[in-house]
Design a binder for this molecule. Structure first.
Ligand code: TMP
Length: 203
C-alpha cells in the first residue's frame, strides 16, 4: 500500500512540535518533496470532532476510556486521511502519534504500557512509522515558553507532576530507540536544522 513516508513529531506541551512540523514541511517542499502536516487527535473531519470531545474539560473520561477515544480518533485519521495520502506518495508529518498514548495514558495516567502497545499495534496496522522524533523540552520549560497551560484543554489542566511522568515516558522511549531525541531547548532555527537533517537521513 505504502508509497509515501510517515514521520512523527512528539514531545511535551510547549516543545514546539506544531511550529517545527510546519517548518519541516516548508523545508521539504522547498527541496521538491510533496510534504503535508497532520495532527493527532484530529487530522480528518470525524477525527477533529473526536478531538473536541476528548479535550473538552466538561467531561472526565477515565484512562481506559481516554485510550479508546484517542485510538478511535487515530483509526479514523488513518483511514480517512493518512492511508490515502501515503498511497499518493506524500511525506506525512504527524504532530503526535502512538508514542503520545504511551507517554500520557501509560506513564502519565498509569495504564499498563504493554496493553497500550497492543491497542496501538492493532489501531495502526498495517502502517509502519518511518521516523519518530522526540523534541526534548522539559515540561516546566515548555509551559514557561507558551505562557502557561491552556485551561480550555482538558489535558493541560493536569499537574506538573503528571507532565513530569509524561516527559519520563518520552525519554524512556528515546532510550529504547523508538524515538530519536532532538534537543529542542535552543533557538527555533537551530532545532529546525537538526530535525531536517534527521528527516533527510531517513528519506
Ligand atoms: P496537542 O495539544 O499537542 O494538540 O495534543 C492534545 C493533547 O492530547 C495533549 O495534551 C496530549 C494529549 N494526547 C494524549 O493524551 N494521548 C494521545 O494519544 C494523543 C495523540 C494526545
Amino acid at each position: 500500500m505504502k508509497k509515501g513516508k510517515f514521520i512523527v513529531i512528539e514531545g511535551c506541551e510547549g516543545a514546539g512540535k506544531s511550529k517545527q512540523s510546519v517548518m519541516l514541511k516548508d523545508a521539504l517542499i522547498a527541496r521538491g518533496f510533496d510534504a503535508v502536516v497532520t495532527r493527532e487527535p484530529g487530522g480528518a473531519p470525524l477525527g477533529e470532532k473526536l478531538r473536541e470531545l476528548i479535550l473538552d474539560p466538561s467531561y472526565a473520561p477515565d484512562a481506559v476510556t481516554e485510550l479508546y477515544m484517542y485510538s478511535a480518533a487515530r483509526r479514523v485519521h488513518l483511514n480517512e486521511s493518512v492511508f490515502p495520502m501515503l498511497e499518493s506518495g506524500k511525506i506525512i508529518i504527524c504532530d503526535r502519534f502512538v508514542y503520545s498514548t504511551i507517554a500520557y495514558q501509560g506513564y502519565g495516567r498509569g495504564l499498563d504500557v504493554d496493553f497500550i502497545r497492543e491497542v496501538n499495534r492493532k489501531t495502526i496496522e498495517p502502517l509502519k512509522v518511518d521516523l519518530a522524533l522526540f523534541l526534548d523540552v522539559p515540561p516546566e520549560v515548555g509551559f514557561a515558553r507558551k505562557g502557561g497551560a491552556d485551561k480550555s484543554d482538558r489535558l493541560e489542566r493536569e499537574s506538573l507532576e503528571f507532565f513530569g511522568r509524561v516527559y519520563d515516558g518520552f525519554k524512556a522511549m528515546s532510550e529504547r530507540g523508538e524515538l530519536v531525541r532532538i534537543d529542542a531547548c535552543g533557538e527555533k532555527a537551530q532545532t529546525a536544522e537538526k530535525i531536517l537533517a534527521a528527516v533527510l537521513g531517513a528519506l
